[in-house]
Design a protein around this ligand. Structure first.
Ligand SMILES: Cc1cc2nc3c(=O)[nH]c(=O)nc-3n(C[C@H](O)[C@H](O)[C@H](O)COP(=O)(O)OP(=O)(O)OC[C@H]3O[C@@H](n4cnc5c(N)ncnc54)[C@H](O)[C@@H]3O)c2cc1C
Length: 369
């Protein structure tokens, strides 16, 4: 059975790896660029599951599945591909500020305990003792989640591609895909082919994991799904004096700014959340705002004053794919088609939700056949 995946960000790569474990499938992946160049290439890979404020439900299940799966996949992928995938298992420390209700966190910690997960509440004295590099102005306490993680999204995607390739998946990069609604079999609702610059490909299943590109692909199939860009800016900094901060650290997050330790005094700081101005530009792609970047850096320095003397060594922005008017992500059969699965619109958590997405796509293909 021929399966074609369009898109090789973290979502397409995770689906390719998961499906590559089913021997009956002949799998091809197409991307109009190299792998992990779009949203995935900009992501920080912070994986917030237990610390997310969702008490229960499907989204929490998918988040937890992400962490459980990465705990298994990452050592497997490193062994299979001989590649290093930076994976921070020191947990996530979320700072709480004046005005926040710590009782909400106490209740969430109790719920997590009943779910077999740990969330630890820290007071200011705990924080001063364990994290002397943090400034605690306005900080009233923190929540530490030992089971949450962070992974390098690009290294992970490239390892998934290499491992899937070893399992027989064919990848074609720099190859845009074109879809036509006329390629549908009237009686079965099956899309039976697609086009690339190098030819026409026949297929049994199509998986659209094209992030923001999914909007125009679904529009070509006369079933437009509205997915819009939300911009994020991030920076990599190097500390003048790396010994100022301890090497083994959790990810620190406060007021929606993440500080991701990379080792040797380097950090990722991110990311801003910037929408297009709906009033004036409608669906125009948002442009990076200098003010948003400055506010983010200001916030980061307020948390860790040593960052004031750091050098910015890299700065970038990316576009998150956000479904308009409905929750993220979208993992479902495309309306009107019996063999086209949309696995897109992961917005702010595509790295975290990629494993659960891949497992759901696998179930859908196995159930329907
Ligand atoms: C600054 C920033 C920080 C982020 N931080 C985090 C984080 O900490 N944790 C987290 O979980 N998530 C984070 N995200 C979100 C995460 O990056 C996305 O949710 C995720 O990368 C989406 O993956 P994807 O594979 O669906 O999309 P993409 O990575 O955008 O990949 C889609 C691919 O489809 C290809 N494509 C599109 N159209 C076509 C076509 N017609 N033919 C062929 N190929 C096509 C594109 O070239 C692209 O490679 C962040 C995002 C940004 C921008």
């Amino acid at each position: 059975m021929k399966v074609v995946i369009v898109g090789c960000g973290i979502v397409g790569a995770a689906i390719a790896y998961e499906l590559s474990q089913i021997p009956q499938l002949e799998i091809s992946v197409f991307d109009r660029q190299a792998p992990a160049q779009a949203s995935t290439g900009a992501a920080l890979g912070v994986l917030m599951a237990a610390i997310s404020q969702k008490p229960k439900g499907n989204n929490l299940k998918m988040r937890l599945m992400g962490i459980q799966t990465y705990d298994q996949w990452i050592p497997q992928l490193e062994a299979l591909t001989n590649r290093k995938i930076p994976y921070n298992r020191q947990g996530i420390l979320r700072l709480c500020f004046a005005g926040e209700d710590l009782d909400r966190w106490r209740s969430l910690a109790a719920i997590r305990r009943s779910q077999g997960l740990q969330l630890e509440l820290c007071d200011r004295a705990d924080l001063l003792a364990t994290y002397p590099h943090l400034s605690l102005d306005q900080v009233i306490g923190a929540v530490y989640s030992p089971c949450d993680r962070q992974v390098d999204p690009t290294a992970l995607t490239l390892a998934l591609v290499a491992a899937a390739e070893r399992n027989g998946v064919a990848f074609q990069f720099n190859t845009p895909v074109v879809l036509e609604s006329s390629s549908i079999q009237e009686n079965s609702g099956k899309l039976y082919r697609l086009h690339t610059a190098t030819g026409t490909i026949n297929l049994d299943w199509l998986i659209i994991a094209a992030g923001l590109g999914s909007s125009s692909l679904t529009a070509s199939l006369q079933q437009p799904v509205d997915i819009r860009p939300v911009l994020g800016q991030a920076v990599q900094i190097a500390l003048e004096n790396p010994v100022e901060l301890p090497e083994q650290q959790p990810i620190i997050t406060g007021n929606d700014v993440n500080l991701v330790p990379l080792g040797n005094g380097a950090y990722w700081i991110g990311a801003t959340v910037e929408f297009s101005d709906a009033k004036t530009q409608d669906r125009a792609t948002p442009q990076p705002s200098a003010d948003s970047l400055e506010a983010m850096m200001h916030q980061a320095i307020a948390l860790v004053p040593a960052l004031k003397n750091a050098t910015i060594i890299k700065q970038w922005s990316g576009l998150r794919p956000r479904p308009e008017g409905r929750p993220a992500p979208i993992i479902e059969l495309l309306t009107g088609y019996s063999n086209v699965i949309l696995a897109s619109g992961h917005y702010r958590n595509g790295v975290l939700l990629a494993p659960a997405t891949a497992k759901k796509v696998r179930e859908m293909i196995q159930e329907i056949n």
